[in-house]
Design a protein around this ligand. Structure first.
Ligand SMILES: *[C@@H]1O[C@H](CO)[C@@H](O)[C@H](O)[C@H]1NC(C)=O
Ligand SMILES: *[C@@H]1O[C@H](CO)[C@@H](O)[C@H](O)[C@H]1NC(C)=O
Length: 382
């Protein structure tokens, strides 16, 4: 072959290769998109909560500059919606951000709430799982969602709300997460008056992880209604039954702060039968504040509450627990203490039907295994 022909031949080969290359590139791009879809589908069944679901990192924030869901993003496993009452975000209100989340979403939606007092009543419906409320790190007390309904208030139709409907924030969906946000009901229950129950947070969905959240109210602050929940290093304030409901919850390293004037109570668990898988376990919590408070009251016939390795201040009523004026409950409730310390931990004057737990009895209560954490909590920090 002559050199010139070879050159022409070579040019043809290069051109043909280029055409194939670009086609290939085109196909490759298409292929990548479907890969991204595949990744998204993997996350459809992401039936766990991990540390990343509680953090908004730089990648997330960059993602957010592309409004909407960009499937070509490196990290398609979450989407960030910014709430800024000064107008710099995607929504002025927290509810507005929840409304932006699609029904039956499969992706984690992180609602990043900039500091501010958000005066609104927020509802996260059952149809919107995988939502996180995330405040700015170490500024939980400046990022406040607050409302002021109490049990005796009436709704738009003139019906009395009742306790459960008073919640400032209601979460009905599964796999909810919250970090460094304050939930508040600003009603101050006056001791001795009726119908002052005023819930700050109502947590009804299954599987939730709250990290360094603040939950503030007086009577019936936290309605820990149903599902498995993990409260880590939270601050929970109230006076009467300020943690109540029928969830199965593990409270680790929390501060339970009583604002009771006179008598009050911390936990009112509603477990009503021996078959119900619910109860509250408090581990390494610190109890302080004012008043003379009970560790728990038997709302349900089989109410189950335990405090282990907790620091109990002198505000704890010496008898410790109440049968809610029903002696029959004394035989069925499950109220226990394990290795607590502080002036309120003296069990000499406790009601005889409460228990000092043995190590064997305490063991299932001491870790997130209490809430089957191995099945849905990935606690490793990044
Ligand atoms: C709780 O026990 C009482 C008897 O002390 C009984 O009358 C009541 O029906 C029980 N409640 C439930 C929900 O089983
Ligand atoms: C129990 O009975 C006492 C005395 O009748 C009353 O003051 C108190 O409110 C009752 N407590 C409950 C939880 O019903």
């Amino acid at each position: 072959m002559k050199m010139k022909n070879l050159n022409n031949f070579g040019a043809w080969v290069v051109m043909i290769l280029l055409v194939f290359f670009f086609r290939g590139d085109f196909r490759l791009k298409g292929g990548n998109s479907s890969k991204v879809y595949a990744v998204e589908e993997e996350f459809e069944n992401k039936n766990f909560i991990e540390w990343d679901d509680l953090s908004v990192d730089d990648d997330d924030q960059n993602n957010n500059t592309n409004k909407g869901l960009d499937l070509n993003q490196r990290n398609p496993s979450s989407r960030v919606i910014v709430v800024d009452q000064n107008g710099g975000g995607d929504s002025l209100t927290v509810q507005g951000a929840v409304d932006l989340v699609p029904q039956q979403n499969h992706l984690r939606h992180k609602i990043y709430i900039l500091p501010g007092i958000y005066r609104e009543k927020v509802h996260v419906p059952k149809s919107k799982p995988y939502i996180s409320f995330i405040g700015v790190e170490n500024r939980a007390s400046e990022t406040v969602i607050t409302w002021h309904d109490k049990a005796s208030d009436k709704d738009a139709n003139g019906n009395v709300l009742g306790t459960f409907e008073t919640a400032s924030v209601t979460v009905e969906s599964n796999y909810f997460a919250a970090r460094e946000v304050t939930f508040e009901n600003s009603v101050i229950a006056i001791p001795g008056t009726n119908n002052m129950q005023a819930v700050a947070l109502r947590l009804k969905g299954d599987k939730a992880w709250l990290y360094r959240a603040r939950i503030l109210g007086t009577q019936d602050t936290l309605l820990d209604e149903s599902g498995y929940h993990y409260y880590e290093e939270c601050f929970i304030q109230g006076s009467v039954d300020f943690i109540f409901g029928n969830a199965k919850s593990f409270y680790q390293g929390c501060i339970l702060h009583s604002v009771a004037e006179g008598s009050g109570a911390i936990a009112a668990n509603h477990r009503d039968s021996p078959d119900e898988d619910s109860g509250f376990s408090f581990v390494h919590c610190q109890i302080s504040g004012t008043g003379r408070v009970l560790l728990g009251r038997a709302w349900g016939n089989y109410s189950k509450v335990a405090y282990s390795f907790c620091d109990l201040d002198s505000i704890i009523a010496p008898e410790g627990w109440s049968d809610w004026n029903n002696t029959a409950k004394e035989r069925t409730v499950d109220f226990g203490e394990f290795h607590c310390r502080g002036k309120g931990a003296d069990r000499n004057n406790r009601v005889p039907w409460s228990k000092s737990l043995s190590s064997f009895e305490a063991l299932p209560l001491l870790t997130t295994q209490f809430i089957d954490g191995h099945q849905w909590l990935l606690l490793q920090r990044r």
